[in-house]
Design a protein around this ligand. Structure first.
Ligand code: CU
Length: 275
């Protein structure tokens, strides 16, 4: 009798929290592979380059659109998604990243801030970090006004889906001596490949997913495993609820688990078994 009343009470108490968590769960939709995220690209190395980008996820298909300007006319701009898919927090660098004080933030210096290449945003062929990172023959070329448009849909891993907000777009290629080409006179050899000018590989702009700081996990913060993102995110979401009964938390988790189960089932069906 008492137990029955308690459980009815628990349902009433749980209801507002469950509703709140349903809203929270929709913000977790990206973890399930759907969502669109804007990136504003801001100049590095006083390049004057800027632009906007959109990352759109449908399942494990990521569409990347970039409209940017201030590139070296007629020259390719290497471009990548940089960052971490293991929960560490990287950011676009500021001028203090020029640790050797030569006046150029090179890619090696900037990588301390924006992380390694995760995906190479080539126009065709592979998009891997190692083999395609400097594939300038497969990178987009700026027009005569230094403008660049890019769009490509790329299959991505679950790790990328789960951590899309932790990735940044970086475009490379600067013109230190303003002679409308990449040459060794402007800034010497690239530290990445002495056969390439530093001008071809130094970053010209960088942008983070808007709102990425919210809910991202700082370096050295929460230990990340392979468990579902929802359950890791839940304790933080629950802090605002304060001392509400365990029952509320447990009920809410069950709700999220059910939602996740439905979404996963849907995805498996729509995948039709394709990897
Ligand atoms: Cu890059």
């Amino acid at each position: 009798m008492i137990a029955k009343r308690t459980s009815r009470l628990a349902v009433l108490v749980a209801l507002p929290a469950a509703l709140a968590l349903t809203a929270g769960a929709s913000s977790q939709a990206v973890a399930e592979g759907n969502g669109a995220y804007q990136i504003n690209l801001s100049q590095l190395n006083n390049s004057g380059s800027k632009g906007t980008a959109m990352l759109s996820l449908k399942g494990h298909e990521l569409t990347v659109k970039i409209e940017s300007e201030g590139h070296v006319p007629g020259q390719p701009s290497a471009q990548h998604l940089h960052g971490s898919t293991d929960g560490h927090d990287f950011h676009c660098p500021d001028p203090s990243a020029d640790t050797n004080g030569d006046g150029v933030i090179n890619n090696t210096e900037a990588t301390v801030d924006y992380g390694n290449i995760n995906i190479s945003l080539t126009t065709k062929g592979p998009t891997d970090a190692m083999g395609s990172g400097l594939a300038v023959d497969r990178m987009p070329v700026a027009d005569a006004q230094g403008k660049l448009s890019y769009e490509r849909t790329i299959p991505v891993s679950q790790a990328v889906v789960d951590h899309i907000k932790d990735l940044h777009i970086v475009q490379h290629g600067i013109d230190r001596n303003n002679n409308q080409k990449y040459d060794f006179e402007g800034a010497g050899k690239s530290e990445l490949d002495p056969k390439l000018p530093q001008e071809a590989t130094a970053p010209t702009n960088c942008g983070e997913v808007q709102g990425a700081a919210v809910g991202s996990i700082p370096v050295g913060g929460v230990e990340t495993g392979t468990g579902p993102v929802e359950e890791k995110a839940m304790p933080a979401a629950m802090i605002g609820v304060g001392g509400a009964a365990f029952v509320v938390v447990t009920g809410a988790l069950a709700l999220v688990r059910r939602r996740r189960g439905v979404l996963l089932a849907g995805r498996n069906r729509s995948n039709g078994g394709a990897a």
